[in-house]
Design a binder for this molecule. Structure first.
Ligand code: ADP
Ligand code: ASP
Ligand code: MG
Length: 622
């Protein structure tokens, strides 16, 4: 007999017939000898409908009232599902987030779960009832009784948090697709189902636009080792397991806001190769990285920044032993790029920087918490360490710094994030080890898995809800990134890709660089306004906003240590005449910003380039 949490999404409870089908599945699971907590979403597109009505009354509705409104959707479903269960003879009781005791922060519309009081829940379960809980909602504290919501798509998070709190044997997410696919089947009908994916891969995919799971749900599953599976509401097929490392016995207090950083990593013996002033047109990155992969040079971070005018900078890091080979490739290619470039463009140039190191903070707890990156930059600034390159993923922020400042940087970060001295840190070769660990995790936890060598790319995601901000001419000195990201954190603006240009320009006697980053589109305009207000005072140039962008990303732990993955992605884009505006990578993902109208085409081209398509076509039910 198992204790199971099942979550049913909006489409799965979208009509009377579907609610009855859910009740049947729940009934069958109980009859098989299990105890059940069922978490449900609002019916169909109810939440969207409520948002629309609110927007007709107010352009920026009060956030407390928004929570009051949106939480009603789930309350309808819990009552109906309980009735459907009672109707077929299964004792059941519905409970709101408040009644269960899902206590959250007092942050309306984006609250994080602090803890869950399980007594009431357990009492009902022990009486043989199925408890039907409203997903997506909580209560700010038992004293204030303010209704909060967790953010759109948050029912997945409610379900996994409940599973962690009651120590359920596993958590099942029932939805309108058969599981986690290589990409969104609404955009590529031939997307293929995976039987398993590691939590780190899923964290990246979810936060890069694959809405099949709420990223915070994956984070909780990972932190508490909750076995998690995504399955279809319409069939009995096994679905996709999200595999997590062994739990570390974390406290259930401050469930979603526990220590955000698990480790500080340090990679020495790094070098940077930058190509400055390459033409801003399709095919440039493909050409460079195509040649690099033919020479079997394994690159680590890649960034491409936008620039004023019609040229870009592309930079990448390699380990020192292969620097000579990397440099030779870059130097051989530069003249060819030069002859292609616009006659008015300055000439392409190769810049090498040796003796650099990479320091990174790692931890799933930094998702959606802009304050964590800001704290890293502030800590480095206080330690007088200048940041040369920044690369971010959802679970990691890496900064390239001068090697001579590496130890100081690591010590400061460990102190700031309270990472004990004796904790293992990375170093040379750590990247490979981590990749292998991920893959072992996958194979050991899925005994029936068909996967022997996982493909380098597991999934492709598209995010059409991003905007790009660029700040021109930011003085190149310690503390500037800290100021900028401190400001963003204060305004609760989460940043994804962050890129500093490689080129320094001297303006008014001060070396300056551009910094570009992406934010959620809804934050774009306010962030631009806010930054423009402080720009003059901080000595920054213009703040430019571009809303018409799309971000397309590939994710896979198997890409670690495999040259040629980036090249293949860039070639697929070049082949389709798609210009890359920005590139940012982490160990297990590569993201490119392209023009919005080319987003879907870019996703499809990349999905097919990595041969992820299957022979079967999925039709997602309405
Ligand atoms: P629910 O209402 O059940 O929570 P969602 O609409 O939030 O369902 O999430 C399921 C949807 O996620 C699918 O219908 C699909 O269009 C989309 N999706 C995006 N990327 C993926 C992916 N990689 N695998 C599966 N589904 C995906
Ligand atoms: N009903 C909420 C939403 O549509 C929560 C969820 O479905 O996960 O965002
Ligand atoms: Mg959802």
């Amino acid at each position: 007999m198992a204790l199971i949490v099942q979550k049913y999404g909006g489409t799965s409870v979208g009509s009377v017939e579907r609610i009855q089908a859910v009740a049947q599945r729940v009934y069958k699971t109980v009859k098989a000898g299990n105890s059940l907590v069922v978490v449900v979403s609002a019916m169909g597109k109810t939440t969207d409908g409520l948002v629309k009505i609110a927007k007709e009354i107010s352009a920026s509705p009060n956030r407390r009232e928004m929570d009051m409104l949106l939480s009603t959707g789930e309350q309808v479903t819990i009552a109906l599902v309980s009735m459907a269960l009672q109707e077929i003879g299964q004792p059941a009781i519905s409970m709101t987030g408040a009644q269960v005791g899902i206590v959250t922060e007092a942050e309306h519309t984006r609250a994080r779960i602090l803890h869950i009081e399980t007594d009431r829940l357990t009492r009902h379960i022990n009486q043989g009832k199925v408890v039907v809980v409203a997903g997506f909602q909580g209560i700010s504290s038992i004293r204030d009784m303010e209704i909060t919501t967790l953010g759109r798509g948050g029912s997945d998070t409610s379900a996994v948090a409940l599973a962690a709190a009651i120590q359920a044997d596993f958590c099942e997410i029932y939805t309108d697709v058969p599981g986690i696919l290589t990409t969104d089947p609404r955009l590529v009908a031939e997307a293929q189902l995976m039987d398993a994916i590691t939590c780190n891969e899923m964290l990246e995919l979810a936060s890069l636009g694959a809405k099949v799971l709420h990223p915070r749900a994956v984070e909780i599953a990972r932190n508490y080792g909750v076995p998690l599976v995504v399955r279809s509401s319409w069939t009995d097929d096994p679905g996709t397991w999200v595999t997590s490392p062994k739990p570390q016995g974390r406290s259930l207090i401050n469930l979603e806001i526990a220590r955000p950083v698990d480790d500080v990593e340090f990679d020495t013996d790094q070098a940077k190769v930058a190509l400055l002033r390459v033409p801003d047109k399709p095919g440039v990155a493909a050409r460079l990285f195509g040649e690099i992969s033919r020479q079997k040079v394994d690159v680590d971070l890649i960034i491409q920044s936008i620039h004023e005018g019609n040229s870009n900078d592309i930079a990448f890091t390699v380990t020192t032993p292969i620097l000579k080979r990397a440099e030779a490739v870059a130097s051989a290619i530069a003249p060819a790029l030069r002859s292609q470039s616009h006659p008015n463009t300055d000439e392409a140039e190769v810049m090498i920087e040796q003796h650099i190191a990479k320091v990174s903070i790692v931890g799933a707890g930094m998702i959606g918490r802009p304050g964590v990156a800001a704290k890293m930059f502030a800590t480095l600034a206080e330690a007088k360490v200048n940041i040369q390159m920044i690369s971010t993923s959802e679970v990691k922020v890496s900064c390239v710094v001068d090697a001579a400042e590496g130890d100081r940087a690591v010590a400061a970060l460990r102190q700031a994030f309270e990472i004990p001295e004796n904790q293992r840190i990375g170093g040379q070769g750590d990247k490979g080890t981590r990749g292998e660990k991920e893959q072992n995790l996958l194979s050991s936890s899925t005994p029936n898995s068909q996967l022997t060598t996982p493909p380098p790319v597991r999934g492709v995601a598209l995010d059409m809800n991003q905007a790009r901000l660029a700040i021109r001419q930011v003085p190149d000195r310690p503390g500037m990134a800290a100021r900028l990201f401190g400001l963003l954190a204060q305004h609760n603006v989460s940043v994804d890709m962050i890129i500093q240009s490689q080129r320094c320009r001297i303006v008014d006697g001060i070396p300056r660089r551009d910094i570009a980053f992406t934010v959620s589109r809804i934050d774009g305009e306010n962030t631009q306004k806010m930054l423009t207000q402080v720009a003059a005072e901080l000595g920054w140039g213009e703040v430019v906003l571009d809303n018409a962008i799309a971000k397309v990303s590939i994710v896979g732990a198997g890409m670690v240590g495999q040259p040629g993955v980036a090249a293949k992605m860039f070639e697929a884009l070049a082949h389709n005449q798609i210009n890359i505006q920005m590139i940012a990578t982490s160990e297990i993902k590569i993201s490119c910003v392209v023009a919005q109208e080319q987003g879907v085409k870019a996703l499809q081209a990349i999905h097919s380039a990595f041969e992820l398509a299957g022979s079967e076509k999925f039709v997602v039910p309405a």
